[in-house]
Design a protein around this ligand. Sequence first.
Ligand SMILES: Cc1cc2nc3c(=O)[nH]c(=O)nc-3n(C[C@H](O)[C@H](O)[C@H](O)COP(=O)(O)O)c2cc1C
Length: 168
Amino acid sequence: MMQEIDFVKAPVFTSPNSLVLICTEKPDGATNLATVSFFTYLSYEPPMIGFAMGRKSFSAQRVRETGKVIVAVPGRSLAGIAMGCGTVSGRDMDKAAAFRVKLQPVPGSAIQIPEDTKVAFAASLRETVETGDHVLYICDVEKVYGDEEKEALFAWNGFSKIAPAVKK
Ligand SMILES: Cc1cc2nc3c(=O)[nH]c(=O)nc-3n(C[C@H](O)[C@H](O)[C@H](O)COP(=O)(O)O)c2cc1C
């Protein structure tokens, strides 16, 4: 039987939820990585994606400042790293270096992505929409890269666990 539940409990019921790493360029040219579950496809033509981030996020600030982002779906070896990149801010630290993330370059971009990436969307910021305690970043996708061999990670039990999806 359906029961009224708290809004914050809904993501537990919809698990597994999307999981991406928001990859942005820091002022010193290094790449910042932040974990985000509020990610969605928005349009086929033109290709558009969106993600929502809290107001204090350094990644979100860098997306606004540079207009550029690469949204990367992490592969299974990055479960611990994705939890780490979702716990500390890159404002005062180099997360990729601290968590020893192996990065790879992306053609035509100053932003790098983890080597173990299932899908990457190289995108430009089109507009922002304030959505309560978050800001929605609506982006035009310029290039998409994918690796058939890799296994994507998802957020489970709401957002408390990071693991691949179980294939039935
Ligand atoms: C599984 C998981 C999902 C998350 N999803 C989001 C999200 O959708 N939006 C958001 O703003 N923060 C999300 N976070 C928290 C950010 O990753 C966290 O605030 C991070 O420190 C931001 O880093 P930055 O300041 O370098 O951008 C999530 C964290 C985890 C572990």
